[in-house]
Design a protein around this ligand. Structure first.
Ligand code: FE
Ligand code: FE
Ligand code: ZN
Length: 278
């Protein structure tokens, strides 16, 4: 099965997202757990959730990806900001428990002059706190472009966070193709080599999702500017390599390209044509 979808707005609820995904040719999708800048959430609508669960089962949807607000900083220098990140993520995870097949993805954070070692320790503290709730939702750390003091700019930093976390079996990685290329990993020229490095440092069994994005900038630029599929520095060659690689093709792919709905529909159709039969 080719699990392909895109980022959708959660404003109209789960069933509306499912119907929109189907209309765009997707069988998975990503959404923000709340306003990406943080803020409060609407009360859960159980009727909507149940209708979505039935819809997703009927249409044979794959695993959804819930993205935490990107302004949270689990390794902020101020304790009140870290506490806000912890509480928000914990509340998000509690709400996601109602969905049968979803993973939670978040940006590890920025160490803001505290240094990477302190940042890594604080992120692990946050994870130990939020994973203590006994839930089932897998929690994914996203590979980052390494803008500013972002943690997650290389595989070693992600490994170090996981090593300090108690409930490692619930942890996974979401690999963002724009971010890793920006981080200096040559997924265009040597994808196999990059995946071998990932396997050696983190373990490929921990890789649970792909954010499928082209990049506006050359490899190693640490800028984090997504581009439409085929229009960036990865190009169709790079993207085609990723979606067809034997070690990746079973994973769900989520587009986060600069597109409106119709642009996403075109990209999904294009990717379906680029996907090779086994
Ligand atoms: Fe992200
Ligand atoms: Fe991403
Ligand atoms: Zn990004």
């Amino acid at each position: 099965m080719f699990w392909i979808g895109c980022h959708l707005s959660a404003a109209k609820g789960y069933l509306a997202m499912g119907q929109e995904a189907e209309r765009l040719g997707a069988n998975v999708f990503q959404f923000f757990t709340r306003n990406p800048r943080g803020g409060s959430v609407k009360a859960l609508d159980m009727t909507d959730i149940e209708a979505f669960i039935a819809f997703a089962a009927e249409k044979k949807f794959g695993t959804l990806l819930a993205h935490g607000p990107y302004t949270l900083n689990p390794c902020a220098a101020r304790e009140d900001l870290r506490e806000f990140a912890r509480n928000t993520m914990k509340e998000d995870l509690a709400r996601l428990e109602l969905l049968p097949d979803v993973m939670f993805n978040f940006h590890p954070g920025s160490h803001v002059k505290q240094g990477e070692e302190v940042g890594i320790a604080l992120i692990a503290d946050t994870l130990n706190h939020i994973l203590s709730d006994g839930g089932k939702t897998p929690v994914l750390l996203e590979t980052m472009a390494g803008k500013g003091s972002e943690i997650g700019r290389n595989f070693e930093q992600l490994r170090a966070i996981m090593d300090k976390t108690e409930q490692q079996e619930r942890l996974g990685i979401c690999l963002d193709t724009c971010h890793v290329f920006d981080g200096g990993y040559d997924i265009l020229g040597d994808l196999e080599g990059v995946l071998q490095e990932f396997d050696r440092i983190i373990g490929l069994e921990r890789l649970k999702a792909i954010h499928l994005n082209d990049s506006k900038n050359p490899m190693g630029s640490h800028k984090d500017r997504h581009e439409k599929i085929g229009e960036g520095t990865l190009g169709l060659t790079g993207i085609e390599g990723v979606i067809n690689h034997p070690k990746l093709r079973h994973l769900p792919f989520y587009l986060e390209t600069p597109n409106e709905a119709e642009g996403y529909a075109r990209e999904i159709a294009l990717l379906r044509r680029m996907r090779k039969e086994k």
